[in-house]
Design a protein around this ligand. Structure first.
Ligand SMILES: Nc1ncnc2c1ncn2[C@@H]1O[C@H](COP(=O)(O)OP(=O)(O)O)[C@@H](O)[C@H]1O
Ligand SMILES: [Mg+2]
Length: 524
């Protein structure tokens, strides 16, 4: 440490960390990270910047080629996660590591099971869970089965689990990526409470507003290097995003007023009952016109997903009408719909969006093999495809070794970019974008949102479904809000709507009259 730094000021010093993966990729390049005791330290950067890698090194899941770690004043060698936990470093991963079939209490003590006369002491596990949950004001039912819990509660179990193991530092890898705005707020309250109790937290995110709202200091990464470190209050969102992306990012979208033309999609009295007999879509009606972006706001799980799946043909249609360009399109296959020029960015990219064992190139052109121009070129000239694919990779900033990399080797955000690149390059008349920027960094989110507006300006009708309120408000020309499967509001001239007001509709605290809601049909 050449800068004469006072080790006592920091609970954790990572110094000159370089991590090279087996394939030769350098994910961390001489990274310094300094974390003060009792602070919430943000680690921010675009997808692929190396955040998770650095934290895996700290948690002993990956070994660095170079650098050292000084924890509580002493140099440590963290060879595996158990060692990390022993030292007092715990991590909540992006993908939870709980056993779904077991109860909360059983998960809490996995690996450190309390015993009574040689047997697992379930009552003691319940008691330990209750104690720690009370102590840190993180309420949980010890008897609930993990599989039955909403995502926010699963995360809470993960946090409690590492607290029970007596850590000093909690690493949270993109904890809000899976949460609703309300759950995120709740998490922030809990994290502040933990900070008050003396815990140190490393909070990974790529959302600027979260870092601003929650964190004390921030380390910014770009392409495996540190590009900035400072007190959060000293930096504007713009400055942080510039350090993340390496250029100025437009934080608000610059767009002209929509000029809606004829109706392209009409949904009338749509109903859907899921396999558990739950009535998840209730009498939903709306219209999307060419040249407009209709946003659908709602807390996840209020029927938006099923509705978009019905429209895009992923879900079997039950009752109602879906009219596209004047004709009914219920129960059409995806391919038939594609022939009608419909693009769909599915929420669940792992299941519907991509083939994980195929290459990026194959994924980018998988839907258009059957088109003659590609067939022709495929047979006679591979270079056309190659050029097309490389152009998309560059435009959408997909971080990968090459177009031949397997889809499954990409990070979630980069997979999403591949899906979006494929769908947007179809030049469709109608675009269904379901959570299009979830898990995606600011630079690429900006690109995708602008692209939606561009498609609109070129005359496409766009249906945007998003749990990100800022995105809904910024991108949409008009908005419908769904709550418990129903449309509870239609905001036509939504320029003046605030996130708070939208939130009230989303929670069902506020509801419009059927007349107001009915305006979405644009009956003359
Ligand atoms: N096991 C691995 N082998 C090879 N490359 C990897 C591996 N894990 C991650 N990478 C690459 O390292 C880079 C950084 O990844 P990661 O640390 O996950 O980024 P972040 O968490 O900031 O999104 C990415 O380009 C990613 O593709
Ligand atoms: Mg990551």
């Amino acid at each position: 440490m050449s800068d004469g730094l006072d080790i006592n000021e920091y609970i954790l010093v990572m110094d000159g960390i370089t991590k090279i993966y087996g394939n030769g990729f350098i994910a961390n390049k001489n990274i310094d990270l300094r974390v003060k005791k009792g602070e919430i330290h943000a680690l921010i950067g675009e997808n692929g910047a190396g955040k998770s890698t650095l934290m895996k090194v700290l948690f002993g899941q990956e070994q660095a080629e170079e650098g050292r770690i000084i924890f509580k004043g002493e140099q440590v060698h963290i060879t595996n996660p158990l060692k990390a936990l022993e030292l007092g470093i715990g991590m909540v991963h992006q993908h939870f590591m709980l056993v779904p079939s077991l109860t909360v209490a059983e998960n809490m003590v996995l690996g450190i099971e309390p015993k009574k006369r040689g047997f697992f002491d379930f009552n003691q596990a319940v008691k330990l869970t209750q104690e720690i949950s009370r102590k840190y004001k993180l309420p949980i039912d010890p008897l609930a089965k993990i599989a039955d819990l909403p995502v926010g509660f699963k995360q809470r179990v993960e946090i409690l689990k590492i607290l029970l193991r007596g850590v000093d530092i909690l690493i949270l890898d993109e904890p809000t990526a899976v949460l609703t705005p309300q759950e995120t707020e709740e998490l922030f309250v809990q994290l502040r409470e933990l900070r008050k109790n003396g815990y140190t937290i490393i909070f990974i995110s790529h959302k600027l507003n979260e870092v601003k709202a929650l964190c004390d200091r921030v380390t910014i990464l770009r392409d495996g290097r540190v590009t900035g470190i400072d007190d959060v209050k000293n930096l504007t969102e713009k400055q942080i995003s510039r350090m993340m992306v390496g250029r100025d990012v437009m934080l608000t979208i610059d767009k002209d007023e929509a000029k809606p033309k004829e109706k392209l999609l009409e949904v009338k009295n749509l109903h859907y009952v899921d396999q558990h007999g739950k009535h998840v879509v209730k009498n939903v009606s709306f219209t999307v016109r060419k040249g407009e972006i209709l946003g659908i706001a709602g807390i996840e799980g209020n029927g938006q997903r099923e509705m978009s799946n019905l429209i895009s043909g992923l879900e079997n249609f039950q009752l109602g009408e879906i009219i596209y360009n004047g004709t009914s399109v219920v129960n059409k296959s995806i391919r038939e719909l594609r022939e009608k020029n419909i693009s769909h960015i599915s929420e669940d990219r792992m299941t519907f969006g991509t083939v994980s064992d195929a290459t990026i190139e194959e994924n980018l052109i998988s839907d258009r093999f059957y088109k003659s121009e590609f067939n022709k070129f495929w047979l006679f000239n591979n270079s056309y495809i190659k050029q097309h694919v490389n152009q998309l990779i560059e435009q959408y900033n997909v971080k990968c070794d090459s177009k031949d990399a397997l889809m499954k080797t990409l990070s979630g955000g980069n997979m999403q970019k591949v899906v979006v690149a494929r769908e947007f390059s179809l030049k469709s008349d109608f675009v269904i974008a379901n959570q299009p920027t979830r898990g995606i960094d600011v630079g690429s989110s900006e690109f995708i949102r602008n692209k939606l507006v561009e498609l609109r300006d070129e005359g496409a009708a766009v249906l945007l479904i998003s749990a990100d309120l800022t995105e809904i408000i910024e991108v949409s020309d008009s908005i419908i809000v769904m709550c418990e499967g129903e449309v509870v509001a239609y905001l036509d001239n939504q320029i003046h709507v605030s996130e708070e007001e939208l939130g009230e509709y989303m929670l069902g605290l506020k509801i419009q009259t059927p007349q107001e809601i009915g305006k979405v049909m644009h009956y003359e």
